[in-house]
Design a protein around this ligand. Structure first.
Ligand SMILES: C[S@@+](CC[C@H](N)C(=O)[O-])C[C@H]1O[C@@H](n2cnc3c(N)ncnc32)[C@H](O)[C@@H]1O
Length: 254
């Protein structure tokens, strides 16, 4: 049920939202190079509207599979695939917690901002690890637990209880009051181009499931499963957002 709520939420919130290509590509380049992905099989787990799948494909990946539970987002992803005329990329409706792929199917598994929206993020990571080949590369971007997390959670848990039909209006009202603060910190200008502040608020405070972790929790989980951490960005989510931390880790071959 919760999974359906998340899928439906993203049908409404992200379907129209395609992150800006060049800014996203720059961010992707922090973690991978063309050489590293050339000919590789990639799983984009929780691909949303598919921008990272498209980038992997344009960078020379051999086969890219984007999966998501939001059919609306997948439709946008498929039209993006047509636009870029990519034949090695496919988008499927699948639940990250129960992937229909064989063990060790992918060279690279990319999960940007997704496991924390599942009912069981550690199970989701286990599933991603299962389908990753030995010596394969895993990229995880996860919401950071901070001292302020509980305040965000009080707001979110209150807001998700309000009637759905007023969510857009509420997020517009929040955006109206927050706009001067955001302008003051000049964060938005450089940040999620193409996404309005009210959409960002909707995504942040109205999403049905949201978990937060410390980097140590995720690092330990990965290391206990034999991963070597290759890259860690502590508070540098996509487009300078401070809400995510990111691990790039390699599954050991034995
Ligand atoms: C914040 S969006 C990120 C989309 C994309 N990774 C990006 O960075 O543009 C989170 C995505 O995770 C998807 N998601 C949440 N739970 C999922 C699950 N159990 N299985 C697959 N996708 C899921 C949502 O539908 C949504 O599209």
């Amino acid at each position: 049920m919760n999974k359906e709520r998340v899928g439906h939420f993203y049908d409404v919130v992200w379907t129209e939202y395609i992150p800006e290509y060049e800014a996203t590509e720059k961010h992707w380049e922090i973690f991978y190079s063309r050489e590293e992905v050339m000919g590789k099989s990639v799983l984009d787990a929780g691909c949303g509207t598919g921008i990272f799948s498209i980038i992997f494909s344009n960078k020379g990946a051999g086969k890219v599979t984007g999966i998501d539970i939001s059919e609306g987002s997948l439709e946008t992803a498929r039209s993006l695939k047509e636009k870029f005329r990519l034949h090695n990329t496919e988008f499927q409706k699948q639940d990250m917690l129960h992937l229909p792929f064989e063990n060790e199917s992918f060279d690279i598994v990319w999960a940007w901002g997704t496991v924390h929206h599942t009912t069981d993020p550690f199970k989701a990571i286990e599933e991603l690890i299962r389908v990753l080949k030995r010596d394969g590369s895993l990229l995880l971007a996860v919401y950071t637990k901070t001292k302020l997390t509980f305040i965000h959670e009080i707001i979110r848990k209150t807001l998700v209880r309000t009637p759905k039909k007023i969510w857009t209006l509420l997020s517009k009202i929040f955006a109206f009051f927050l706009a001067p603060v955001v302008f003051f910190f000049k964060k938005r200008e450089k940040s999620r181009k193409g996404e309005k502040l009210e959409e960002l608020i909707l995504d942040w405070y109205f999403v049905p499931i949201r978990h937060y972790y410390t980097p140590d929790e995720i690092r330990t989980f990965l290391q206990e499963r034999g991963f070597v951490i290759e890259k860690f960005l502590p508070a540098s989510g996509r487009f300078n957002s401070t809400s995510n931390f990111i691990f790039k880790a390699r599954k050991q071959s034995s």
